[in-house]
Design a protein around this ligand. Structure first.
Ligand code: ATP
Length: 250
């Protein structure tokens, strides 16, 4: 059941309040697990600290992510409750631009929620979203968190797993995949584990990534540009931004 929620667009925290509302509505609609509220709150805090804008290290990571996706053989975008309610249509557009599959893959798994999220993605233009017939297993993850689809995450060489949990990111890395994430917390295990970490709000990062994918002209230049990307130093740049924002001096 939805509730009336009105906030004028002129409100200084309009975007943030609307995101919060979409997540809480997602809980009421059975799309978001209740713990998704906590994950969102943690993201909000970091977003506040980076000034709710796309910072330069995120732009650098987005370029690397576009290159990695373009060079991949089997690309998969992993979708969960939070990502679905925050940017379903944008993820569908990104999947088209990247020629990637979408797979609903949940930490707090339930068949019902997978189906609801797939319906939600379809309502936002997804022709095909995997996840219902999860027939494979991510090694190292216990039941039911390890479920995934053979034609999706299991055989993908590049996976885009925004707002992911550290264990799963590590398990995907252990499978030899190139793992890209969007995570506002540069200190999370996910952020530190992935090959490419975009420290930005997913609602800003995904459209920028789609745009970048569309701008790629010379595929031959991508391997070298990807080679020169270093996730650890990029995360250090993010941390420097946070330190400046907090006014910490050593
Ligand atoms: P880890 O296991 O990786 O150390 P965690 O347990 O803190 O991380 P989760 O709750 O599993 O993390 O995942 C949520 C992550 O997503 C958090 O790090 C949070 O900062 C981030 N996050 C939440 N909302 C957004 C958003 N809108 N955009 C980008 N990142 C977000």
């Amino acid at each position: 059941m939805s509730r009336d929620f009105e906030v004028p667009e002129t409100h200084p925290r309009y975007q943030s309040l609307m995101m919060r509302e979409r997540i809480s509505q997602g809980v009421r609609d059975g799309l978001v697990d209740i713990t998704g509220l906590i994950a969102h709150g943690r993201g909000e805090a970091f977003d506040y600290m980076i000034g709710e804008r796309t910072i330069e290290p995120a732009v650098i990571a987005i370029e690397a992510a576009a290159a990695a996706l373009k060079l991949a053989g089997n690309r998969v975008i992993s979708d969960n409750g939070n990502t679905a309610v925050l940017c379903a249509g944008e993820l569908v557009e990104m999947a088209t631009a990247a020629d990637a599959k979408l797979e609903v893959n949940l930490f707090h798994w339930s068949q019902e929620r997978v189906e609801r999220i797939i319906d939600h993605m379809r309502a936002h233009g997804a022709e095909n979203a995997l996840g219902v017939d999860a027939d494979q297993w991510i090694p190292g993850l216990e039941q039911p968190r390890g479920r995934c689809c053979e034609e999706g995450i299991f055989t993908a060489d590049v996976v885009f797993v925004p707002l992911e949990d550290g264990d799963r990111a590590q398990a995907l890395k252990a499978m030899g995949k190139t793992v890209i994430t969007v995570d506002l917390n540069p200190l999370s295990r996910t952020a530190r584990t992935c090959d490419i970490t975009i420290v930005d709000n997913i609602v800003r990062a995904v459209p920028l990534l789609t745009q970048k994918l569309g701008e790629i002209e010379n595929v031959d230049e991508l391997p070298a540009s990807l080679e020169s990307y270093d996730n650890r130093s990029n995360l250090d740049l993010v941390k420097e931004t946070l330190v400046r924002s907090l006014g910490i001096t050593s």
